[in-house]
Design a protein around this ligand. Sequence first.
Ligand SMILES: Cc1cc2nc3c(=O)[nH]c(=O)nc-3n(C[C@H](O)[C@H](O)[C@H](O)COP(=O)(O)OP(=O)(O)OC[C@H]3O[C@@H](n4cnc5c(N)ncnc54)[C@H](O)[C@@H]3O)c2cc1C
Length: 369
Amino acid sequence: MRRLLLVGPGHAHLFVLEALARAPLPGVETVLVSLGARQLYSGMVPGWIAGDYALEQLCLELAGLARAAGARLEPSGAQALDAARREVRLGDGRVLGYDVASFDIGSLPAGDELPGVKEHALVLKPLEQALAVLSESLRQPGPLLVVGGGAAGVELALCLQARTGRLITLLDSDAEVPRGAPPTARRLVRRLLARRGVALRTGAALVSLAPGAARLESGDCLPFTTCVWATGARPPPLFAGSGAALDARGYLAVEDTLRSPSHPELFAAGDCAGFIRGQRVPKAGVYAVRQGPVLSANLRAALTGQGTLRPYRAQSGFLSLLNAGDGKAVAAWKGLAFHGRAVWRLKDFIDRRFMARFQRLAGQQPGSR
Ligand SMILES: Cc1cc2nc3c(=O)[nH]c(=O)nc-3n(C[C@H](O)[C@H](O)[C@H](O)COP(=O)(O)OP(=O)(O)OC[C@H]3O[C@@H](n4cnc5c(N)ncnc54)[C@H](O)[C@@H]3O)c2cc1C
C-alpha cells in the first residue's frame, strides 16, 4: 500500500479530494492532515461579518470530505516536515511516513512579529479561532483598526463598518489601497471608504501595538478596542529546516508542475507554494483553485507512474470582487471598476456555487440564505 499525504485542506486539495471521490486510486492510502475539523472559506468571511451569511455557510466539514474521498482525517495539524526521511510530524507527536506528500496549508499574515501584534491584534489565521474571537470583540464599543490595505483589508474595513457603525481606520504602509489594484479601482475604493466614514491612513508604517494603541513610525498613536491584522502573506514556519528546496521568501519551491525541484515526491499548491521558474502567481484563493485540477492529475501520475506531469499556467489576471458590506460589491477587471448590487449578486453566486460543490461532497446541506 502506498501513502498519499495531503497536508492542509486548502483550495487545491479540495479538488484532489473530489477527484479521489470520483475515481479512487487502488493501492493508495490517502491521509488528509488539517488543523481542526472544519475548513472555513475566507472569501465569504467579510460577508459573514456584514451579516450576509451564517457561519455554517462558510464551513466545510472535513470528516465528510475525507470520507467521500476514502481518506483518513488527521486533525492535529502538521508540525514538521523531514523531506529526506519522507516524514511529517503531527501536532499530537505521531510521525507519518509518505510515498507522495502534497502541501496546501496557506500562508500566515506578514508582520505579526512586530512588538505587541501577537498579543494585542486579532491575526486572521487560523481563521476558525480568529472568527470566534472576532464575534466577541464586535460586541465591545470603541474604535476599530484594520491593518493591511490589500483586497481583504478593504473588504474587512467596509464590512466591519456596515456591521458595527463604529469608527474604523484602515492602515497600510503602502500608498496604494487596495494594494496592486488598477488606478480606477483604487479611486473608486477611496471614494467608497470616504463615503462610509472609514478613515484611510496610507504610507503609515506601524511599529508596535500596545493594549488599545497602535504606534506609528511617524510617532502618532492610533487608539483601538479591536485591531484586525489583515496584512500580506508570509511563509508558514513548517518548511524552514525541512531540507526541501525553498524559494527566496521561504515558501516550498515548486516547478510549474507543482512538484519540488529537490524532492520529486513532494508537491505544493496555493499560498504555500513558491514558483521558481519565473511565473508570477499572487497569493490568492483564485490561483489556488486553478491549481487544483493540475495538482490532482500530477499526484495521480506520481503515484501510479503513468503519464507525464502537466504544467500549471497562472491566469494573467482575474476578476476581483470585493464585498462592500452594504448589499453591494466592487468589481475590478483589467482597467475597469464597478460598484453595485449586481456585482454583489455575482460574487454571492460564485461563492455559494463553490461552497455548494464541496459541501455536497462532504454530505452537508449547502447553506441557504
Ligand atoms: C478575509 C479574507 C478574504 C479573502 N478573500 C479572498 C477572495 O475573495 N478571493 C481570493 O482569491 N482570495 C481571498 N483571500 C486570500 C485567500 O484567503 C488565500 O489566498 C487563500 O485562502 C489561499 O488558499 P490556500 O489553498 O493556499 O490555503 P487556505 O485556504 O489558507 O487553506 C489552508 C488550510 O490549511 C490549514 N493549515 C495551515 N497550517 C496547517 C498545518 N500545519 N497542518 C495542517 N493544516 C494546516 C489551514 O488551517 C487551512 O485550513 C482572502 C483572505 C482573507 C483573510
